[in-house]
Design a protein around this ligand. Structure first.
Ligand code: ASP
Length: 441
């Protein structure tokens, strides 16, 4: 029988009604054997996620707030879980767990421990409700001394453990370090746990259930009702996520990608929607629109270095990049001309060191001029279909210029998976809309 690993995000488990939907989804397909839950998320737009409430609990303890204040806050956290348990009518008493967690947080068990209890408690409730085994992530997900994830140890131990459980719930977001402290991934990290479990289970599919029907072609805050991407490759997804598109935690891609397991982004509120399939090989999946998606970010600067006969000077590029390296700056793009070289960097990387970086470049390269221009936005047009379709670049540039926007930089990788244009930050939204309308509408 096929094996599916299913991860449910916080909004999919925010209250009892959502738990019911989740159970229906899990039970509808017996191959959905391993379930990875997040902590309860927001029930309405200005609600607070349980994970954030737990971080606040930790801060209150650290700031030595009165026991009264701490207790009142903790009651609100318990109430979130208790209302789910009562409404679902499950026979589960978490009072011992609550007491243990409170004492541990009061006695410096750490910030990560506090946050991780969101998933831990939710996992216990979900396991009970589904009638599945509960596998505590701290017995199967390992971190190294330096805080990074221990991939191989985890895969070895977890795959052995899973063999003993036909159906199980494994809470997302946390694991254990060699000295026995609980460690979490970065925010949104339950996606990573899901991916790790899928790899260890040698799953056929990793379903990631959330509150949208897949990965959108563009940011819905800028493009109204953007189309959903039907199928996207891991590489395309990396490009789009890097440029700011989010649905899935970036690090969630790696464990399943190498194992060749596809990810299906699905909507808990509309399970019948196909969602987006994320696959390693694009063959057989033609894109509908030539491009797969568009994403972008503001907040970039360009450093431009000019020097006569630069193109024949060996080591020029190295000297420029070394000057950036001295200040711990990594670069994004390197568009160059015959006697000019530009380096695109994130503003945040150079902030406060602008003058010193320019001086360092000047000292090393003795240029005719060095200039720094900030206020650049980058827009990436990504699509595996671009290799086959002639004239895609021309369509992008025409669309942008017809919208009255001046393109300041162009970068196209030779793999023809993306075209990146740099525009003034003020033109960011207009650029995205122009490109989207050119290819989709
Ligand atoms: N609950 C954690 C967070 O809010 C992890 C997750 O939901 O994936 O970031």
């Amino acid at each position: 029988m096929a094996i599916k690993v299913v991860k449910f995000g916080g909004s999919s488990l925010a209250d009892a009604a959502h738990f019911r939907q989740v159970a229906e989804i899990v039970k509808a397909d017996p191959s959905r054997r391993y379930v990875v839950p997040s902590a309860p998320g927001k029930r309405f737009s200005d609600d607070t996620k349980v994970t954030d409430m737990l971080y606040t609990l930790y801060e209150l303890v650290r700031a030595r707030a009165s026991m009264e204040v701490i207790d009142a806050h903790y009651e609100n956290i318990k109430a979130r879980y208790n209302s789910i348990i009562t409404e679902l009518g499950i026979n589960l008493d978490l009072s011992g767990e609550y007491e243990y967690i409170k004492n541990a947080v009061l006695h410096s068990s750490g910030r990560d421990f506090a946050a991780s209890r969101g998933e831990y408690l939710n996992g216990m409730i979900l396991a009970k409700y589904l009638g599945f085994d509960f596998i505590d992530a701290e017995n199967v997900i390992y971190f190294k001394d330096n805080g990074t994830f221990d991939e191989e140890k985890t895969n070895d131990m977890l795959s052995i453990e899973l063999k003993d459980h036909k159906y199980a719930v494994i809470p997302g977001f946390y694991g254990i370090s060699p000295n026995g402290t609980v460690v979490t991934f970065s925010r949104g990290g339950s996606d990573i746990t899901g991916s790790i479990v899928a790899r260890a289970a040698e799953a056929d599919l990793y379903e990631n259930w959330t509150d949208v029907s897949g990965f959108m072609m563009a940011d819905p805050r800028i493009i109204k009702n953007p189309s959903i991407i039907d199928t996207i490759t891991y590489r395309e997804l990396r490009e789009l996520s890097y440029m700011g598109a989010t649905v899935l935690h970036e690090d969630a891609i790696f464990p399943v990608r190498y194992a060749g397991i596809p990810i299906n982004i699905k909507n808990t509120n509309r399970p019948e929607d196909r969602g987006t399939m994320i696959v390693s090989q694009a063959s057989g999946y033609d894109t509908e629109h030539v491009i797969t998606g568009i994403a972008g970010k503001k907040g970039f600067s360009v450093i431009t270095v000019e020097k006569d006969m630069m193109n024949s000077e060996i080591g020029f590029g190295r000297k420029v990049l070394e000057s950036l390296e001295d200040f711990g700056v990594s670069f994004e793009h390197l568009p160059s001309g015959i006697d000019t070289m530009s380096v695109v960097v994130q503003n945040a990387q150079i902030e406060g060191n602008e003058d010193r970086i320019i001086q360092a470049i000047t000292r090393r390269t003795k240029p005719d001029s060095v200039t720094l221009e900030s206020g650049l936005a980058l827009v990436a047009v990504v699509g595996r279909g671009m290799v086959k379709a002639r004239g895609t670049a021309a369509r992008v540039f025409n669309a942008v210029s017809n919208a009255g926007v001046n393109i300041k930089m162009i970068d196209q990788g030779s793999c023809e998976l993306n075209i990146i244009v740099g525009v003034d930050e003020r033109d960011f939204e207009t650029t995205l809309k122009a490109i989207y309308n050119e290819f989709v509408k």
